[in-house]
Design a protein around this ligand. Sequence first.
Ligand SMILES: [Mg+2]
Length: 152
Amino acid sequence: MWRLHLWAGYCSSLTRDAALERGWVVNESEGFVMKKVLIVDDSITVARQLQRIIEGSGDFQVVGHAKNGAEGIKLNQSEDPDIICMDMNMPVMDGLTALRSISVIDPKVTVVMVTSLGGVGDKFTEAMKLGARNVISKPFEEETVLEILRSL
Ligand SMILES: [Mg+2]
């Protein structure tokens, strides 16, 4: 009996480790589930590229696409994502302004900036101060995007 018990424990810990390694999260009712990602970017091309990479990984689900910061704030409230991929430059409301609001309204959501500025400059420094966790530089490679998302 103890052997069976040990074996069951071994299997469940393997599954748990594998799930955690892939960046899944524990949901009380459903067990391990994929993290939900919201894309906020005014470029349809960039948003589609990101969506293809993120969903193609099989480890994340995209729950929405907002075309500016204001839409991003609304979708963050309705879709409750774990991660937001936030463009910096957008019409109506830019990424920094949206980040500033979201960091107050919903401090538990993880925000990653998506920008051609790379990890330098005043805007990048400001984003980090406001709680952005990382930056995806444009143009991006599939591997880099997934590496960053899995590290969150
Ligand atoms: Mg833009």
